[in-house]
Design a protein around this ligand. Sequence first.
Ligand SMILES: *Cc1c(COP(=O)(O)O)cnc(C)c1O
Length: 384
Amino acid sequence: MTNRPTRRFKTLCVHAGQPPDPTTGAIVTPIYQTSTYVQEALGRHKGYEYSRTQNPTREAVEANIAALEGGKAAVAFASGMAAIDAVSTLLRAGDHVVVTESTYGGTYRLFEQVGRRYQLDFSYVDTGDLDRIAGAMTPATKMLFVETPANPVLDLTDLAAAAEITRARDVAFVVDNTFASPYVQRPLEHGADLVVHSTTKYLNGHADSVGGMVVAARDDHIEWLRFVQNAAGAILSPFDSWLLLRGTKTLALRMAQHNASGLALAQYLADHPKVERVFYPGLPDHRQHALARRQMHGFGGMVAFELGSLEAARHVLDSVSVFSLAESLGGVESLISHPATMTHASVPADERRARGITDGLVRLSVGIEDVGDLEADLHQALGA
Ligand SMILES: *Cc1c(COP(=O)(O)O)cnc(C)c1O
């Protein structure tokens, strides 16, 4: 091993995994849009045989994001759900998983409607409460699946403390880091075994690609996930890999703005008379504000707020003009959504209510537009 100096985060964003192209010196990793590779002779090739198995553009973005999360390797998939599905193949029939109760609706749907068909069992608990995590573990528990901050009311889980609980048992600790991005928090540094991302969100950041990533620290996990990537074939395309590489180059700059504008709008909403409650880890009244300060570097660009009724929520959703009504998050454009009928529609109504996903709840993905324009847009929509 050569003794290279450790690079800091912003440098890794721009350079990790992307040496100049070996054939031309191109500074940007090319889109290797090819299905197969010509072999020199029987059994003699350059390490590339078929693009489901190996592709240089995909390898570059895997190396880039592995470096950003501080992992040993990363494996890219066609979507965040494909990445989470691949992680679920680490389990065998009869295994039990403890899951953050307010997890992404698509994760809940995958576990309940697909995982259960393969005799996997899931318990959904408030992982913000460490006693609930420990209490939900059974002898069959093989995985803890945590989302922090969690969708949509931004509950947090203490990653270091949760890692402590899994370390005492034979339980893999998986963190969905989509809402934070590795700029805001790096779960592997707190003891997680695997990090999953919907790269569709902050990592790509420009709302023009759907993708997923699993970052791993353990050799056995890496070996299995690479095997599944090729065996099941839910790969990230060369073009999407290239878009994602372009996205992560500016991740640090974008996240600094998402953090600043997220905090500013959360503070504005907290002072607004028509807003009953604001959910944002950066506000002192967030139930885990102290943990947020300890575990996160900035508080992200996701803000949720309660307006008390569907009518009030509908009025705001209909009245904004800089914010766009859409699902998804993490792009440069600001989005506004209604979790109960959009992202979390697949969660049964009683489950939804138990998780605080009321009809009056509105969620913002704060983009990088001028924050004064964003505040003015909310101001006129709320009809102050
Ligand atoms: C969007 C999202 C997913 C699913 O990712 P896709 O790329 O849409 O498949 C998983 N987890 C979280 C937290 C998400 O926001």
